[in-house]
Design a protein around this ligand. Structure first.
Ligand code: SF4
Ligand code: SF4
Length: 201
């Protein structure tokens, strides 16, 4: 049989990508600053560093693989971004400097827009938290927990009381909110940020 010279051989088929980078690009573009999400090498360091991983239905590594695969609905329905407490352990340890916590914020926003979150109280909790930060410049745990539980889980409040009492008596929590110094400057910055955000929407 005559063998065709290499230059005349039919080109080998281009392997079909199982990745759909549309979703990855979208998440990356919507993340403040540079996400470096495309640099993830699936090493798993993030999940291994995460204090909340046990409660997540997908570790950050798994979530990022789902995003790469274009699994929009599954990724946006994941509880992972809502369980993330923004401790930045994973960010510090990620060998690729992926801005993991920032990506979690992006996914929360996208889940709210698409109405694909499963915990219906999570967006309300986030909004209450943001309202308090805008008002006081910091979180006010006592007010945040009390308001959230009164609104959504009033029957669970009595079981929370011993923990709350313990935190109050050990001065780990304050009963009254305290504003940070320079709250007016923070409000000016936040106002400007909202103006910039509105222009880019
Ligand atoms: S630690 Fe960084 S590189 Fe490793 S899986 Fe997590 S995001 Fe990807
Ligand atoms: S920032 Fe979020 S995902 Fe990263 S370690 Fe902390 S809780 Fe886990």
């Amino acid at each position: 049989m005559e063998i065709a010279p290499e230059s005349q051989a039919p080109p080998s088929p281009i392997p079909k990508l199982i990745e759909d980078l549309t979703l990855l690009d979208e998440v990356s573009n919507r993340t403040a600053g540079v996400s470096r999400l495309e640099m993830c090498i699936q090493c798993g360091t993030c999940g291994g560093s995460c204090p909340s991983a046990a409660d997540m239905d997908h570790t950050p590594r798994m979530l990022f693989a789902m995003i790469r695969a274009g699994m929009r609905k599954d990724a946006l329905m994941s509880n992972t971004p809502w369980i993330c407490v923004s401790c930045y352990h994973c960010v510090v340890r990620c060998p690729q400097n992926v801005h993991i916590a920032d990506v979690m914020y992006t996914l929360k926003g996208m889940a709210i827009e698409a109405k694909l979150y499963r915990d219906s109280t999570a967006p309300d909790f986030s909004q209450t938290f943001v309202d308090m930060v805008e008002e006081y410049g910091r979180s006010f745990e006592f007010g945040l927990a009390t308001r959230h539980y009164l609104k959504h889980f009033p029957l669970r409040l009595p079981s929370m009381a011993p923990m709350g009492f313990g935190m109050l008596t050990r001065q780990r929590m304050s009963m009254t909110p305290r504003r940070i110094k320079g709250i007016d400057q923070l409000k000016t910055i936040l106002k400007k940020a909202k103006e910039v955000e509105a222009v880019h929407e």
